[in-house]
Design a protein around this ligand. Structure first.
Ligand code: PEP
Ligand code: MN
Length: 337
C-alpha cells in the first residue's frame, strides 16, 4: 500500500507511521518529494488495515498499489532512481553512452576498441565474456579469460565495465570485475538468476525479454529489487514481431512507457534492436530524443571479421560520428553527456 502524508507533515508523524508499519512486519520505503511525502509499504495486510493507518496523525490517504510490480512502480517511488557508479550517475541529468564489442575476442581487439570508444566520447565499455548464443556451434566467449581482459581494459581506458552474466554459478566472478552486471534478453525470465543478482550489490542492467510485455519486464525487475538490490537499469533491445527485415523490432515506445510506469532508468540498445548497422545511429538518436537515459552500442574495428554480431556493429569512426550527432539532441532534451 501507499501512505500519502499531508502537506506540512512533521518528522514525528512520518516516523510514527513507519514504526507502526514495521512493527506489523511491513517493509517500508520513504519517498520525500518536493510536494508530498509518500511511504510505500509491502507486507501482509491481515494485521494492519488501511483504515487503521488512515486515521493516524499526518496521514492524508492510504491507497492500494494497483500494479503487480510494487518496488519497480512509480506509485511506490515517485522520484526517478539515480544510480551512482564511481563519479558517474545513471538516471539523473547525465546521459551514459556504453560502447564496445559484442564479445571480448582478444586482448588486442578489446584494448583497441576501449581506447577508440573512449576517445570518441563513450562513458562505459561493454563486452561479453560469456555469450548466450542462439546456436551452440557459435563462438561462446572467452569466459574467465574474457573477464580478466575486461579488468585490464578498464585499467587502460579508465572506462567502467558492463558485461553479461548468464548463470548463477558465475555471478560472483562477474560481479568481481563488472561495474554493471548485464542480464541478457534470453535470461529475463530466469528467476533464480534474477534473485542471485539481486543478492549482490553491483548495479544490474536488465534487458527486455524477446517477447516480454512491459509488465513481465517490470516483474522481472521486481525479482531483483525484492532481494535488496535497488540498482536496476532497464534496457529496451527490440522484441519479436512478424517483421523479418530487422533482427528485432525496436520498441521505442518502451521509453515513455517505462518512464511513466517505473522510476528505474531505461537505456536503449539499437544494435540488437535492429541488427542492421545503418539503422543504429538513427534509432540511437531517436531513443535519446524519446528520453532514454543512455545507449548501449556495439563497436568493432573490423565488423566483417567479428566473431559475433558484425552486421550490427559500428566501426569506431561511425561510433564517433554518432556521438557528434547525439550531442545537440542531448542538450535539446535538457540532459548532459
Ligand atoms: C548483448 O548485449 O551482448 C546481448 C546478447 O544482447 P541481448 O541479450 O539483448 O540479445
Ligand atoms: Mn551482440
Amino acid at each position: 500500500m501507499i501512505v500519502v502524508m499531508r502537506p506540512g507533515v512533521t518528522q514525528e508523524e512520518i516516523q510514527s507511521v513507519i514504526s507502526r508499519l514495521e512493527r506489523e512486519g511491513f517493509k517500508t520505503h520513504l519517498s520525500e518529494g518536493v510536494e508530498r511525502t509518500i511511504i510505500g509499504a509491502i507486507g501482509d495486510k491481515t494485521r494492519l488495515r488501511d483504515e487503521n493507518l488512515a486515521v493516524m496523525p499526518g496521514v492524508e490517504k492510504v491507497v492500494p498499489i494497483l500494479h503487480p510490480y510494487k518496488l519497480a512502480g512509480r506509485d511506490f517511488h515517485p522520484e526517478d532512481s539515480v544510480i551512482k557508479i564511481g563519479d558517474m550517475t545513471i538516471g539523473g541529468p547525465q546521459i551514459q553512452i556504453i560502447a564496445g564489442p559484442c564479445a571480448v575476442e582478444s586482448r588486442s581487439l578489446l584494448l583497441e576498441v576501449a581506447n577508440a570508444v573512449k576517445e570518441a566520447g563513450a562513458t562505459m565499455l561493454r563486452g561479453g565474456a560469456f555469450k548466450p548464443r542462439t546456436s551452440p556451434y557459435s563462438f561462446q566467449g572467452l569466459a574467465d579469460k574474457g573477464l580478466e581482459l575486461l579488468a585490464e581494459a578498464r585499467e587502460v581506458s579508465g572506462l567502467p565495465i558492463i558485461t553479461e552474466v548468464i548463470d548463477q554459478s558465475s555471478v560472483d566472478a562477474v560481479a568481481e570485475v563488472a561495474d554493471i552486471l548485464q542480464i541478457g534478453s534470453r535470461n529475463m525470465h530466469n528467476y533464480p538468476l534474477l534473485q542471485a543478482v539481486g543478492r549482490q550489490s553491483k548495479p544490474v542492467m536488465l534487458k527486455r525479454g524477446l517477447s516480454a510485455t512491459f509488465e513481465e519486464w517490470l516483474l522481472a525487475a521486481e525479482y531483483i529489487l525484492k532481494e535488496g538490490n535497488s540498482k536496476v537499469i532497464l534496457c529496451e533491445r527490440g522484441i519479436r514481431t512478424f517483421e523479418s527485415y530487422t533482427r528485432n523490432t525496436l520498441d521505442l515506445s518502451a521509453v515513455p512507457a517505462i518512464k511513466s510506469l517505473s522510476h528505474l532508468p531505461i537505456f536503449v540498445d539499437p544494435s540488437h534492436g535492429t541488427g542492421r548497422r545503418y539503422m543504429v545511429a538513427p534509432m540511437g538518436r531517436a531513443a535519446l530524443a524519446a528520453g532514454a537515459d543512455g545507449l548501449i552500442i556495439e563497436v568493432h574495428p573490423n565488423p566483417e571479421e567479428a566473431l559475433s554480431d558484425g552486421s550490427q556493429s559500428l566501426t569506431p569512426e561511425q561510433f564517433a560520428q554518432l556521438v557528434k550527432e547525439i550531442k545537440p539532441i542531448i542538450s535539446a532534451t535538457g540532459r548532459e553527456l
